[in-house]
Design a protein around this ligand. Structure first.
Ligand SMILES: [Zn+2]
Length: 311
């Protein structure tokens, strides 16, 4: 077994206005980085188109209908000041979700030890009833529900190291006792949620805010002090990672001072948890990361660890 890379050209069809940080070039940079020779042995799998009904694991029908109806025939329309729809957005979002569900199926079906889903738009800000923060469908949360309800797992953990709090994942998993959601994020920062006293209906959420300008040493210390013991105690049957790389020091949207080596380190530690409890089963999905060079280097570091640990 090894590592699956799941992507699809439809990730390029969700178009945002000029100057928007969540842009087509992000996926182009990721794809370019993953063409390096060291990535030859990835299992490259096209992201299937999810059926819209599969999004019902995370969103009510009314939300999905409204999203579909809002997609423009041409040009771009804003849902809020940050979040835009273009003619390809519906297809791109369903491919992104389909990629995450396929990743879960591959990892749980023994086709791959772990998987990385390189799609956009990201998902972790999309709440059950509200698209926001560049995000349309809450892919990581829906993937967790899919693993619980479709595959019958007892416990699924989602770890989100994007620099922004995963409010959408938290919203959807809030009342899900079979899921643990853990998030490290800068605070204060968009979207403003993610305080430590937000703990879920079943004490199933752990928020670990970091002050602006926290560096890799501070990040690692909090991961070791809070995140890893909590994940270890939960003993997940599958670990889903919301892999945002905007905590990088070069990122224009936030003020944490991490580097690619810190993303490699946290990936190692998350693989340790997965090795201890679930045969190394990790599904990672791309969230943020808006400096193209930092994004490319960070994704490469992350996937390199997944490959080493998945071999
Ligand atoms: Zn982010």
């Amino acid at each position: 077994m090894t590592t699956a890379l799941i992507t699809h050209p439809d990730a390029l069809t969700h178009v945002t206005p000029p100057g928007h940080p969540e842009r087509v070039a992000r996926i182009e940079a990721v794809n370019e980085a993953l063409t390096a020779p060291e990535f030859t042995f990835l299992i490259r799998e096209p992201a299937p188109l999810a059926d819209a009904s599969q999004a019902l694991h995370g969103h009510p029908q009314g939300y999905i209908d409204k999203f579909r109806a809002a997609v423009p025939v041409s040009g771009e329309v804003a849902i809020d000041p940050d979040t835009w729809l273009s003619p390809g957005s519906w297809q791109a979002a369903l491919r992104g979700l389909g990629g995450c569900l396929r990743a879960v199926d591959m990892v749980l079906g023994g086709e791959a030890r772990n998987a990385f889903v390189a799609m956009r738009p990201p998902g972790h800000h999309a709440e059950a009833r509200r698209a926001m923060g560049f995000c349309l469908l809450s892919n990581a949360a829906i993937a967790a529900k899919h693993a619980l309800d479709h595959h019958g797992l007892a416990r699924v953990a989602v770890m989100d190291f994007d620099v922004h709090h995963g409010n959408g994942t938290q919203d959807i998993l809030w009342d899900e006792p079979r899921a643990l959601f853990v998030s490290t994020h800068q605070m204060p920062l968009y979207p403003g949620t993610g305080a430590p006293d937000e703990r879920g209906a079943h004490d199933n959420i752990l928020n670990v805010p970091l002050p602006p300008h926290s560096d890799g040493a501070q990040f690692r210390a909090e991961v070791e002090r809070q995140v890893l013991p909590r994940l270890d105690g939960f003993a997940p049957d599958l670990l889903i990672v919301s892999a945002g790389f905007d905590a990088h020091r070069a990122d224009p949207l936030a003020q944490l001072d991490l580097g690619a080596e810190d993303f490699a380190w946290v990936t190692e530690r998350l693989c340790d948890i997965a090795d201890a409890h679930c045969g190394g089963r990790v599904v990672s999905t791309l969230e943020g990361g808006y400096d193209l060079d930092a994004l490319a280097a960070s994704v490469a570091a992350h996937v390199k660890v997944l490959m080493e640990r998945g071999a």
